[in-house]
Design a binder for this molecule. Structure first.
Ligand SMILES: [Zn+2]
Length: 468
């Protein structure tokens, strides 16, 4: 069970300005019957159509003047961010798993892009207002606002995403499909904005042999160049898991961020990280959640705090035959605050932080969280660690793979090293609970986290082969 969810306020810093070169503005020739090439949003709508972010009706019409429902906009935004749109249960009582946008709505909820109404509804069929559009775009792209729709409108105007005045974002004004498309395309691709000053401020290194640069944030977009292994690039901003980068040749476009170094690894590629000496320099903090007066989630008489402590101790014991330096935030049934856990890891100068929890809420399966927002320099490393652990865990426990995902959780957000939070399984779901209650499954879980961590260190270039 997770705690400490708070809203993140991203701050965009404009360090330098750079003129556009127009190379990523090219739109495809996808046309809708009612969007002729002289339509004022022809280029924008075609660009989104190429990425399958918008589509027309079965007869090939886009219907630019139609209003947009809240569900339709969530789906549009979710596709822009590359969310997996698989339909699923949502947090809202009026959005069932059968709703066409349920997957996008749930992912956007998890990432704090949408929050719904105080009565627990999302009102998916309500027509979205321009103010709501502005708020959702700002949250999705991490623009600085004061958490009001007026502040969001101001952000869009100042970034050149809207060319209107903020007065046009009143609560009663509905967003058309055409206007929604223009806002989204400008958020994705700065060359469509009315102001095209982008700062490419932080450095990254390409980590694969040949990395395609594309005109948009998905493989559906055209290739405009290729980057070589170890080539340096500068990061502009992110669209979901994709990054707008500028290569050393000056080419600008989108690449998937998982193929770039995290900012903390830009200087030294991990070539010399071999042998036991360097493994012994690595401190891993194991963080069993809850404890003492805080039982965590409880299901069928089983307490989360006990399951995760036992699993954490098993994990420590597995690491005892390696040179890694292992520390635990708690080794007994005591309560530790979230702040205390983070302080512990920082004091230990931890290189890796692994928090262990069990899930609750009636679902099933395993999932692993990492902090995926731009403000954190360890996003890529944390994501890789989450991927490796998640793959091992679902295979070892034969649980449903709920994926690795961004979570705005205190122990992930506030830590200063790659950090993940593993939700082993659902303690309040019978089949999952039976596994959590079983010592042999807890051993399997510990082994899975152990192997996943070795996989991660192997990926980082460490020699861990003999510890499998
Ligand atoms: Zn928990």
């Amino acid at each position: 069970m997770k705690k400490g969810l708070t809203l993140l306020l991203c701050i965009l810093v404009w360090i330098s300005t750079l003129a556009m070169d127009g190379s990523i503005a090219r739109a495809a020739s996808n046309v809708f019957k009612d969007i002729p090439s002289n339509h004022r949003a022809y280029k924008e709508i075609s660009y989104l159509a190429q990425g399958k972010i918008v589509s027309g009706d079965t007869k090939g019409y886009f219907k630019p003047k139609n209003n947009v429902t809240r569900a339709e906009f969530a789906a549009m935004l979710g596709r822009a961010l590359g969310f997996d749109g698989t339909k699923q249960k949502t947090s809202f009582r009026d959005v069932g798993a059968g709703n066409f946008a349920s997957g996008y709505i749930q992912q956007a909820t998890k990432q704090k892009i949408i929050s719904g109404y105080p009565d627990g509804t999302f009102r998916p069929n309500g027509l979205i207002t321009r103010g709501e559009v502005a708020t959702m775009i700002c949250r999705a792209f991490g623009y600085s606002t004061n958490n009001t729709s007026a502040g969001s409108a101001k952000a869009l105007v100042s970034l050149g995403i809207s060319s209107e005045t903020t007065a046009n974002f009143g609560t009663a004004s509905r967003a058309t499909r055409e206007a929604s498309a223009v806002f989204i395309v400008r958020a994705i691709n700065y060359t469509y904005r009315t102001k095209q000053h982008i700062s490419f401020s932080s450095q990254r290194i390409v980590k694969v042999d040949s990395l395609n640069i594309r005109t948009g944030p998905s493989t559906l977009y055209n290739k405009v160049g290729t980057l070589k292994n170890n080539e340096k690039v500068s990061l502009g901003y992110r669209v979901g898991s994709w990054a707008l980068i500028k290569g050393s040749s000056g080419v600008i476009g989108f690449v998937h961020e998982s193929y770039l170094s995290s900012s903390s690894e830009t200087v030294a590629p991990p070539a010399n990280n071999t042998g036991n000496t360097s493994l012994s320099s690595q401190t891993i903090v194991i963080d069993p959640g809850h404890g003492g007066t805080d039982p965590g989630a409880v299901g069928f008489g089983l307490k989360e705090k006990d399951v995760v402590l036992d699993t954490g101790k098993r994990l420590k014991s597995l690491f005892s035959k390696t040179p890694f330096n292992i520390k635990m935030t708690r080794e007994t049934d005591v309560f530790v605050t979230l702040q205390g856990r983070v302080a512990f890891a920082k004091n230990a100068k931890a290189n890796t932080f692994i928090s262990i929890h069990t899930n609750a809420g009636g679902g099933t399966g395993s999932e692993t969280y990492y902090y995926g927002k731009a403000a954190n320099p360890n996003v890529t490393a944390s994501m890789k660690l989450a991927q490796f652990i998640q793959a091992r865990l679902t295979s070892a426990l034969s649980t449903t793979n709920r994926g690795e995902k961004h979570g705005d959780l205190h122990v992930l957000r506030e830590n200063t090293m790659p950090a993940v939070l593993v939700e082993l399984a659902f303690i309040d779901t019978k089949a999952d609970n039976a596994k959590l209650a079983s010592p042999s499954y807890r051993q399997k879980a510990a082994q899975a986290i152990y192997y996943g961590t070795l996989d991660y260190y192997k990926y980082k270039g460490f020699n861990v082969a003999k510890y499998y």
